[in-house]
Design a protein around this ligand. Structure first.
Ligand code: ZN
Ligand code: FE
Length: 256
C-alpha cells in the first residue's frame, strides 16, 4: 500500500479543487476540474504532473477545466457512466461497484445520484478518504437538482455507512451557511453549536473548513440525522420514514 498526498485548493467563488498524488508511482489525479488556471497553479505549486482527472458530475463548476487540461497534459479522464453524454473528454466510464488502481491504491466508485442523476463519488478505503463532490457538504448536502429526495437519501446513506474515520472532500465551501441552517433544525445539539462557532472562526481567518470527517458529520449534519427524535418532533414528522424527514429538511434549506 502506498501513501497518497492530498492537496486541496479554493477556486472559483466557493469551489474546492483537489489533487491526489502518489509519489512512488508519480501519478497525480485532479478530483474534478473546476477551473483550468487554478488546477494548473496548484500543480505548479506542488511540482506535480497531471496524469488523471476523476469527474464526479457534469456541472460546469466541476468540468470546465477537463478539455484544456487534457489537451495540455494528455491525462486520462474518468467519469460517471450515467453522464457520459453530458461530459466531454471522458476516456473511461465508471459506475457503482467499479474499482480501479491508482498507483498503489485501490479506488472504489459509489453511485451517489440526487444532485445530478449520474453523480458518483470516489472512495479510497486504504487511505480512509472519499471524494463526494456535491453529495455531502460540511453540515449540508447538495441541492436535489436532477434526482428525487429518496434517491438523494439513498446516496447519503451509502456515504454514511463508510468507516466513520473517512475523510470527506466536498465540492464547495458552504459550511458557515450550512451551520446556521443546521442550528434551526437541531438547536439543542451541543456538538453542532461548538462546530458552528469553530467554522465561523476558520472562515473569519480565511481558512478552509474542509475536508470533514464522516464521524463529525454523523453528529452534526442534520441531513444525516433524520432519525433523531428532537428533529422529528420539531418538524412534526414523528412517524415518517427517514427519507421523508430528510426531504422536509432539504425543502426547508431550499427556502432558507
Ligand atoms: Zn454541482
Ligand atoms: Fe458544484
Amino acid at each position: 500500500m502506498s501513501t497518497l498526498t492530498i492537496h486541496q485548493f479554493a477556486c472559483r467563488s466557493d469551489n474546492y479543487g483537489v489533487l491526489v498524488h502518489d509519489a512512488a508511482a508519480n501519478l497525480t489525479a485532479a478530483i474534478d476540474a473546476p477551473e483550468t488556471d487554478a488546477v494548473r497553479r496548484a500543480l505548479a505549486n506542488k511540482g506535480w504532473k497531471l496524469t488523471h482527472i476523476f469527474v464526479t458530475h457534469h456541472h460546469a463548476d466541476h468540468t470546465d477545466g477537463v478539455l484544456p487540461l487534457k489537451a495540455e497534459t494528455g491525462c486520462a479522464v474518468l467519469g460517471p457512466k450515467g453522464e457520459a453524454s453530458k461530459i466531454k473528454g471522458l476516456d473511461k466510464l465508471v459506475g457503482e461497484g467499479d474499482t480501479f488502481a491508482f498507483g498503489g491504491s485501490e479506488v472504489k466508485v459509489l453511485e451517489t445520484p440526487g444532485h445530478t442523476s449520474g453523480h458518483i463519488s470516489y472512495w479510497i478505503p486504504s487511505q480512509d478518504v472519499a471524494f463526494v463532490g456535491d453529495t455531502v457538504f460540511a453540515m449540508g448536502c447538495g441541492r436535489i437538482i436532477e434526482g428525487t429526495p429518496e434517491m438523494m437519501w439513498n446516496s447519503l446513506q451509502k456515504i454514511a455507512k463508510l468507516p466513520p474515520a473517512t475523510e470527506l472532500y466536498c465540492g464547495h465551501e458552504y459550511t458557515v451557511a450550512n451551520a446556521k441552517f443546521a442550528l434551526t433544525i437541531e438547536p439543542e445539539n451541543n456538538a453542532l453549536q461548538a462546530r458552528a462557532a469553530e467554522v465561523e472562526k476558520l472562515r473569519a481567518a480565511n481558512k478552509a473548513t474542509l475536508p470533514t470527517r464522516l464521524d463529525v458529520e454523523l453528529e452534526t449534519n442534520p441531513f444525516l440525522r433524520p432519525q433523531v427524535p428532537a428533529i422529528r418532533t420539531r418538524l412534526g414528522l414523528e412517524k415518517a420514514p427517514d427519507w421523508k424527514v430528510f426531504a422536509e429538511i432539504r425543502e426547508r434549506k431550499n427556502r432558507s
